[in-house]
Write a protein that binds this ligand. Sequence first.
Ligand code: SF4
Ligand code: SF4
Length: 364
Amino acid sequence: MKVNPELIDEIKKYGAFDISACFNCGNCTAVCPLAKEDISFPRKLIRAGHIGLEEKLFSGAEPWHCYYCGECSATCPREAQPGEYMMALRRYQIAKYDITGLSKIFYQNGWLQTCLALGLLGAFYWLYSAYTGDFGALAGKIELAFPVYVTVALGGYLLNMYRHNIVKPLGGIKLSFKPAHIWETFLHGFTQKNFLGCEETDWWRWVSHLLVMTGYTLTLVISNLHLLEPLNKHYGFFSPASLLVWYAGLAIIVGGGSMSLRRMFKSAESSKFSHPSDWLFVVTMFLIGASMLATQYVNVTQGPESALLNGLYRFNIAVETVWILLIVPFTKWIHIFFRPLAVYFQHVKKEAEAGTAFSLSLGK
Ligand code: SF4
Ligand code: SF4
């Protein structure tokens, strides 16, 4: 197996841990409520980092089974921050799987992505404000960036993850079509229910994620199905479109706001260390919810001709554009897919061992 003596130095660029302090006692794995016999972390992965086993670190799905409960970091006798090491590994894998190479640049250059996001926000707001034609049609065309992104960039991430986790180690294409496995994969993706496996269950953290997830999904539905036309229609406070916006906006504000406050006050192990991209993620999410809510409120109270509404709606669409182009592809948003896939891969591996997985050999 290829050894990379610079590996730990490279991973250090993705997180704030001190693995040189680790004396390999194994306490972190012993206290981790999510580690299992067949999915062992974090000690084994720390050891792999120490000895430079690069392939092991970017071809295993273990980092995605860690939900940053923080129990390992809280009890590590050397304060080596193993939980943060797992977080760094997730960023490292995202950078490795990204076919554009931009994730690596953004993760390793602190605030570069934030500066770019601010520049793009200003540019799109200016563009939307200066545009004299059909603003809704222009926004619709820009929203097309999302399906294009899903196909190209996200497809690249997922194929790379599959190739390194399944195809290479198992020698071909292996799949499981068992309904129970497919259902569990979706359930994990939507609810991130493994959070609840943490010993000191942090209910509010889980609820915040669920609020953000449901609010965000609803926002996607609202904008992609064009359910809102705030510049053309006057909505009632209790109209179906308004009710959807009240829920989506409030869920994002409460969930995203709570995540921001945790990071600000470092109130839990999982929020002690924040990469600039973590801030960019939660703050942009908060802005989407707040501007969407404000736009609808002004429409309801002042009508579609309001000058304030015009400005707010353009700002809302400008933030959503930056979100789609810069945040979705290159921040922790991608966890939405990687975590449930890690669960699915575990089933595929077990089925492959038992000889019951769908199998397609690619030959040598
Ligand atoms: S990270 Fe800490 S708890 Fe884990 S093996 Fe190293 S010293 Fe022990
Ligand atoms: S952060 Fe939590 S889930 Fe992750 S390795 Fe540590 S104890 Fe386990």
